[in-house]
Design a protein around this ligand. Structure first.
Ligand SMILES: Cc1cc2nc3c(=O)[nH]c(=O)nc-3n(C[C@H](O)[C@H](O)[C@H](O)COP(=O)(O)O)c2cc1C
Length: 378
């Protein structure tokens, strides 16, 4: 076996054993919500909603299977029809029917002892008119240099139309209304998606925001839309039920952000006093922005390192143990391992996530990842 083969084998079989008294297994209070552990499930788009953006019956099973996560953050969920459409079959939170389906999910998660926040987004320039049925809008007329899946195949993303200043209050109102529906559906709270190249991130970024109104230019102006959304949602449902997700410097969505710090510092200085449930950071702890944000934020930090499954559990455990962050979030590990915590307690091997079924349809790669117990019975 050559060096490379040995590396591959090690990589494949890498396991991590969690002690019963691990910091990741300690309860945590996030705002108004108490979680039984600190290994949260990161938001994961799965493209299995119905054509009218209602979560499917299978979604009830999918989330109920994953209730051992301290907190489940839902897949990104649109605040309006026009806000949807970065991918086919992504859910919404803007009709009574959506709210009813989310209520079934919240009930199933609570019945299993879990906690759940619904992640709310507007996709901004990542939307495609053939998917959304709406015009693509963004802070400025700067397209993401990418293709995206549409109902008729892969297409380049269009040049977005810049939002007029007088259109912005309606977007803030849509976030507020969707948050209200979320808690009325029984969700423990909502997470505002201001990461990964979607609308709110596009306003924060110096590359995608070239506006000359009060929502562009200075760091405080670029931070204004996310701040106003957070303030409106906190006013609607209480700050202790609101989380915020940001990804400074992350290249997802062709962001190529140059200033990883300025707008984020302005944002956190402005919203810090509200007392949100948590700030969810998609970042490598080695990025300079991490230290800046750590010191600018007095509240709870949830850390998701965008690195992959084979994971950094050891590093995440240390960061929680040392009090650098309050909790860790992992995505693909929970996607492929509904019983992730049980497996980690046993130091058992993890199921590999199957990227081919991340955004496909039906139960394959969605609700059929086996638990250890199911493997033993089989
Ligand atoms: C299939 C898939 C769907 C995703 N969907 C979302 C999403 O809806 N909202 C979001 O904020 N991040 C989303 N992400 C990013 C994840 O939350 C997470 O940041 C990323 O997968 C890195 O964490 P991991 O290595 O633990 O998976 C998605 C990632 C994947 C792989």
């Amino acid at each position: 076996m050559g060096i490379n083969d040995a590396g591959a084998a090690l990589h494949h079989n890498m396991t991590f054993e969690l002690d019963d008294d691990s910091a990741l297994l300690k309860p945590l209070q996030i705002g108004d919500v108490s979680t039984t552990n600190r290994l949260f499930m990161a938001p994961l788009t799965r493209s299995r909603a119905e054509a009218d953006a209602t979560p499917s019956e299978l979604a009830v099973t999918y989330y109920a299977q994953r209730v051992s996560a301290g907190l489940i953050v839902s897949e990104a969920t649109a605040i309006s029809r026009a806000a949807n459409g970065a991918y086919p079959n992504t859910p919404g939170m803007y009709t009574d029917r959506h709210q009813q389906a989310w209520a079934e999910i919240a009930d199933a998660v609570h019945a299993g002892g879990g906690r759940m926040f619904v992640q709310l987004w507007h996709v901004g320039r990542m939307g495609h008119p053939e998917t959304s049925g709406a015009e693509t809008v963004a802070p400025s007329a700067i397209a993401a240099d990418m293709t995206t899946h549409t109902p008729t195949g892969k297409k380049p993303l269009p040049v977005p139309r810049p939002l007029r200043t007088d259109e912005i209050p309606a977007i803030i109102a849509d976030f507020r209304a969707a948050a209200r529906r979320g808690v009325d559906a029984g969700m423990d709270g909502v997470e505002i998606h201001s990461a990964n190249g979607y609308l709110l991130h596009e306003f924060l970024s110096d590359v995608t925001n070239r506006r000359d109104d009060g929502y562009g230019g200075s760091p405080a102006n670029r931070a204004r839309l996310t701040a106003e959304v957070v303030e409106a949602v906190a006013d609607e449902i209480g700050a202790g039920r609101v989380g915020l997700r940001i990804s400074p410097g992350n290249s997802a969505g062709d962001m190529r952000e140059v200033d990883e710090v300025g707008a984020y510092e302005a944002l956190l200085n402005r919203i810090g006093p509200l007392g949100l449930a948590y700030l969810h950071l998609v970042i490598e702890p080695t990025q300079p922005a991490f230290a800046v944000i750590r010191s600018a934020w007095d509240g709870t930090l949830v850390l998701n390192t965008p690195r992959g499954v084979e994971s950094n559990f050891c590093e995440l455990e240390n960061l929680v143990e040392w009090g650098v962050v309050g909790a860790a979030a992992v995505g693909r590990a929970y996607l492929a391992n509904p019983d992730l915590i049980d497996r980690l307690l046993l130091g058992a091997e993890l199921n590999e996530p199957d990227a081919a079924t991340f955004y496909s349809s039906g139960p394959a790669g969605y609700t059929d990842y086996p638990t250890l117990m199911e493997l033993e019975v089989a």
